[in-house]
Design a protein around this ligand. Structure first.
Ligand SMILES: [Cu+2]
Length: 187
């Protein structure tokens, strides 16, 4: 009889502990859903609004990612579009120049395998998938340089795949674009 009672108490304790952990799991899921909703609404993350494609086999021959079209260009609305490609094991352009306090759109893709595009100190962090164009908006609020490493293992030379983003004064940038339509750090 005593054994049965002990058994009953054990079951009640187990059930209580199970309920406690189940509640905790539900709370954790709730917090994560809340965080995802919050950063989604406040655009702290930037999911792709649409899917754009680019044939990696003909990137260098035609379309917006031909070499002469890479780099930074001023659009009619005053914003700046930066076009770049990643390939084993470098970015083109290797150094991107952008103006301060200006809406900037990064448009990048890969010419071979999956690469990563990360700009240190910003929330730009995406994959460059061959066949698809990654589009990311950003606005730089301070002058300076940011490193831009490939953050997706892409082969034996991956650790040497680094680029750079240089944020310059807007007037200086506009003066330079007056002379050349597509800018990189070396122009
Ligand atoms: Cu890479």
């Amino acid at each position: 009889m005593a054994v049965e009672t002990d058994h009953g108490i054990g079951e009640a304790v187990a059930a209580r502990i199970e309920r406690r952990w189940a509640t905790l799991s539900i709370v954790i899921v709730g917090v994560l859903v809340g965080m995802a909703t919050f950063i989604g609404i406040h655009q702290a993350t930037m999911p792709q609004g649409r899917v754009e494609t680019a044939d990696p086999g003909t990137l260098h021959l035609s379309g917006e990612f031909i070499e002469s079209n890479l780099g930074s260009a001023v659009e009619a609305d005053g914003s700046v579009t930066v076009r770049a490609i990643g390939q084993q094991y470098s970015f083109t352009p290797q150094c991107v120049v952008v103006p301060l306090e200006t809406p900037i759109n990064f448009r990048a893709t890969s010419a071979d395998v999956v690469h990563g595009l990360l700009i240190e100190g910003t929330n730009i962090n995406t994959m460059l998938v061959p066949g698809y164009v990654s589009v990311l908006p950003i606005r730089f609020k301070a002058l300076g340089e940011h490193v831009m490493p490939c953050q997706e293992f892409c082969g034996i030379g991956h650790q040497g795949m680094w680029g750079k983003v240089k944020v310059v004064d807007k007037t200086e940038f506009l003066n330079r674009t007056a002379a050349k339509r597509r800018l990189t750090c070396v122009d």
